[in-house]
Design a protein. Sequence first.
Length: 168
Amino acid sequence: MAPQGYGYQTLEQFVGQEIALSDWLTIDQEQINRFADSTRDHQWIHVDVERAKRESPWGSTVAHGFLTLSLLPHFHFQTGVNPADISQAVNYGLDKVRFIAPVKAGKRIRNRVVLLSVEDKAGGRIVKTQNTVEIEGEDKPAMVAELLALLFGASAVTKTTAKADEKR
């Protein structure tokens, strides 16, 4: 969970600090297969369990790097990285992503989040976080990514709605 006092108006106070550590999440073969289906990436290292046991350097199938990356919004909502007092969070992109170690099927991962910066923009605030996705029992993380989110406070939506109502 995010630290006490963490909110839309107090974000700057937490820059440079670890603000969240998620629960462990198991990445099983079924989830890897579903991701392969949705992205149409059926490379054998992800979906062919028997071949991966024989031929893969990891002795197992591994999750797609983009599967790991796609779980960041889940971790952010689970841990309160997106403060409870916002009206919405919009994906603003990524500055840096590195896939460091493979996530083998059946392994558990979690996300450790550090708030890197906060910038006012477009009636909201761009929040940059460093996300280190750890693999249980492994020395190296699966991934490190700098994620950007555009957050809007509740008052921003109220103002936007009021302006839209005035135009009608």
